[in-house]
Design a protein around this ligand. Sequence first.
Ligand code: ATP
Ligand code: MG
Length: 452
Amino acid sequence: MRLSRYFLPVLKEDPKEAQIVSHRLMLRAGMIKQQSAGIYSWLPLGLKVLRRIEQIVHEEQARAGHIPVLMPTIQSADLWRESGRYDDYGQEMLRIKDRHDRDMLFGPTNEEVITDIFRAHVNSYKDLPLTLYQIQWKFRDEVRPRFGVMRGREFLMKDGYNFDLTREAALHAYNRHLVSYLRTYERMGLQAIPMRADGGPIGGDYTHEFLVLAETGESEVFYDSAITELKFGDRAIDYDSVEQCQSILEEFTSRYARTDETHDEATFAQIPEDRRRSARGIEVGQIFYFGTKYSESMGATVVGPDGARVPVEMGSHGIGVSRLLGAIIEASHDDKGIIWPEGVTPFHVGIVNLKQGDASTDSACQAIYDDLRAAGLDPLYDDRDERAGAKFAGMDLIGLPWRITVGPRGLANNKVELTSRRSGESEEMSPSEAVARIKAIYDPVIAAGYPV
Ligand code: ATP
Ligand code: MG
């Protein structure tokens, strides 16, 4: 993309409504625009990151064998009456009447709709196991929408639902989700720690929340610092393997890590003192096993191997897709702006032309741009007629992890500069070396993908 033709409405001043750094930087970098409290338009740069995050979620769901669907945002109240949640859900549910005076609602979550789909189409245990998921907008009329996309009223969530014949199979689905989430967050450059949590309104015996440590997090968390040394990395896993998923789950959940809801002082006190930590965390996901809670009330049954009908075993599993943008920025920024991890960056690299209008500088920039694109990369070329300082400040603000700077003085020796946003370090090299370096940096990022 050429910046002169893009739509990137950056703000010079700090917006005063923003209380935390991610909200401030998303507004300043022209990623979002508030339309009403907790409701945002996604401007091109924000949308690009949102799409990268969605893509990683889709890929890791595909790898785990889960199947995408898309359910409506507007749901019928009658379904929620069947599960008994229509009255229970309270003020967070946005209730709507259609022209025939029928009660509708904007879905805050989708257990009812997915159970309705299941009962209409699945009859036999032979069709199990089955996990369906979607990435779709939710609406929750939060009392205090705040911190930008972190606590919106309208927000994008991945919600997935597993259907299994037995409790053991449903617990495997739970473990499989936990493992696939570890990999999902790591690809986004995040360490999200699974912590034992409280069932809440969805209910359930087994539930873990995934928390990203950050000072601005809304949750208070307690953990054994040994947990922060665990890396999921590049390990190959067979998601059908009960033993393998179980052993990874144990590796990542056996150390103490709790939110304040389930925190237990006595157990915490047994951790060696130098490893005991209390901090703040941002919840970026949660998984639940809840058994037959919805299948019983809504009549979602299957014929088992013995010919008898049984209610199906279920769980639900969410990732806060739009909240993740805020969480990533909270975890990765400096006083100049955002520092995107390579896995989610909106553009792979920025090209800064130090002398726009100079024929040889312009053509060197264009050649680098074309070569990067030919290599399957997505560069942002700052081809505006602007001061170098303004171009650098803009690139630092929007946080592309790599920058190639091209000026007439360097070009005289066939040199450009490659700069890392994270370390601030620059190196001189030929334009073709710079392209090769960028390609080598992104090769493993692209190789981590999975066909969806
Ligand atoms: P919270 O405790 O933060 O209100 P929740 O536990 O009610 O969240 P879940 O039902 O577990 O949320 O939803 C799955 C994920 O969706 C959460 O882990 C979170 O990342 C995200 N999420 C929930 N509410 C919001 C919101 N208002 N704005 C943005 N993301 C949200
Ligand atoms: Mg939750």
